[in-house]
Design a binder for this molecule. Sequence first.
Ligand code: AGP
Length: 609
Amino acid sequence: MCGIVGYVGKKNAQDFLISGLKRLEYRGYDSAGIVTFDAKGKATLLRSKGKISDLETKVAKNKRTDTVGIGHTRWATHGEPSERNAHPHKAGKIYLVHNGIIENYKELKSKLEKFHTFASDTDSEVLAALINHFYLDGEYPLSNAVVQALKLVHGTYGIAVVSELKPTEVVVARSGSPLVIGIGHGETLIASDASALLGHTKKAIYLNDGEVASITADSVEIKTLDSQPVSAKVETIKTDLAAIQKGGYDHFLLKEIMEQPASLTETLRGRINLIEKTVHLGGPNLSDKELKSIKHLIIVGCGTAYHAGMLASYYIEQFTNDITIEPVMASEYRYRHAHIPDHTVALIVSQSGETADTLACLRDLKSQGVKTIGIVNAIGSTIAREVDGGTYIHAGPEISVASTKAFTSQAVAMIMFGLTIAEAKGIKNSFIAPYVEEIAALPNEIDNLLQTLPDTIKALAEKYKSYDHAIYLGRDVSYPAALEGALKLKEISYIDANAYPTGELKHGPLALIDDRFFEFVLLPKDNLYDKSISGVQEVLARGGHVVVITNSAEFSLPVDNVIKITTSLKLLAPILMNLVSQLFAYYITTAKGFNVDQPRNLAKSVTVE
Ligand code: AGP
C-alpha cells in the first residue's frame, strides 16, 4: 500500500528519498512526504497531497545537504488524502513514517491526548505519539521506546523513526508490512520494497515480523520485541534496474503485457521435460508420497491471483481423478469456518507476496496444520518466506497496478503443480502429455499473438471506449478468464465491467442487455463451443453489441466485431485469449486518457485489510 524509504550515510538524503519514493509510487499515491536532518538535528519536513512530483517541487525550493532522512508515499486508510495527514508525522522530537493499520489507535489516542496535541486524523500519528511518550525526550534509547510502544499496538506496521536528538540513527520495525535494509559502503538505505534500493546496493537484509533494527551509516543492530538480539542475514537482491524501468514503452502495463513470452519462459525454465512430457517443480518441498496423498487442494488469492487459481482449478480437475479443488477469495475465506478435510494442501497465490488478506489466510491455514505452498512473484516477500514450500513464478517485477504477466505465470505455475500431483498419483502420461506440450508452446503462441493483434485491438478499443457498462462472458475454463478480463477493464478504464458464465445469462444477466452495454465473449473452439454459440445467439436476439474472441475459423454469427486468434492450442486457448482482454483494457484506457499504471483508488500491493 504505502511506500517507505530511509537513508543514513554521506550522500544527499533528499535525493535518495525522492528517487526511492518515485520507484515505490505505484504502491500507493495520494500524498507523500520526507523529513531530513542536519548534523545538529535540525529537521526539514516537506509534505504534499498528490503525486511525488508535487513533493519534488517543494523539495526543489527547500534544498538541503542533510545526509539522514525518511520518506513515505501514502494510500489513505485513516484520514482523507491531505498534507496534514501525509507522513512523516511528528511527536515531540521524533518523526515517523508508517505502513499498515493500528487497529487499537482510538484507545491509544484517548490516553495520549493529554500528552500530545494531534495534528492529523491518522492512526500513524498515534503511533508516533506513543513512541515519543516512552522516549521521554531522549531519556531512553529510541529503539527501546519503539519496542515499548509496539508492545501496546494491535495491527500491522512497517515503520521508520528518527529523533532530532540523535540524527545519525534510524530505527525501523515491522509486523505485517515489509521492510528491507540496503547495505551500502558507508551508507545504509531502507525501503518497503527492494526495487527502491536498486542502483544503490544489491545487498539487503529482509526484516522479519516482530523485529526492530537500529540503523546507522555503517551498522545494523536487530532485536526482537523481547529485546533478544537477531543476527542479520544479508541476501542479494535478485532483480535489476532495467527490469523496473519502462524499457521504451509508454506505460509499465504495456511493457508487462508485451514481455509475457519472456516472463512465461522464465516461469517454465528448468521445469518442463519435453522428452518425457513431464514437469518438475523443485520448490514445493512435497515428496511423491505427500503429493500422492493429497485429497483436497485449496487455492487462496485475491483479485487476479484468485482468478488465476480458479482458472488453474478447472484444468487440474481435468487431469486428476481423486482430488477436490477449492479456489477461494482470501478476504472471504479468512472469516469462514470452513471444514478442512485431511490430506489438504493450500496454494497461496500472490504476485507481491504481501497482500494482507492472503497472508492472514496463510497464517490461519498453517496454524491448522495445513501444508502451504506459495505461488509468488516477489522474491523474499513475506508470503514467500512464511509458506512451507513454494514455486516462484519468476515473472520479473510487476510495477503496473493492474496485474497481467503475473496472471499468466501464476495460472501456468499452478497447472504445472497440478501436473506434478497427477504424475505422483500415477495418472497415465497420455493424459498429462498434451498439457505439458501446450504449456511448452504457450510462450511462442503468446509471442505470435502479440506480434499480430495489438493494432487490431487498439482500433477496436476506439469503438468501445465510450461505453459505461460491459458484460464479459465465458464458459468452463473461459469463465475465470472472463472474470479476469472484466477486472482488467474495470480497474483501469473505470467501465462497469462484470463477468458471467455464458450458461448463467438466461438466469438473470440477460435482462441487463441494452444499448448501454457491450458484450465481450471468449469463445474457444472446445467441446462446449456449440453451447457457447447459443449463448451468443441469446445476446444477439436481444440486440446486444457483441465482440467475440475466438480461435474457430468457422465462426460466422453476425456480431459487431470478431477477433480471430490463430493458434495450435486446444486446451490452453483461454489463457491466450486473456491477452486480448489485457490489450483491450489497455487501449481503451489510453484512449480515454486515464492513468494506466496508477488507477484511482487502487494500489499495487494491498497490505491492509
Ligand atoms: C489485479 O490487477 C489487481 N491489481 C489486484 O486484484 C491484485 O491482483 C490483488 O490485489 C492481489 O495482489 P497480489 O497478487 O499481490 O496478492
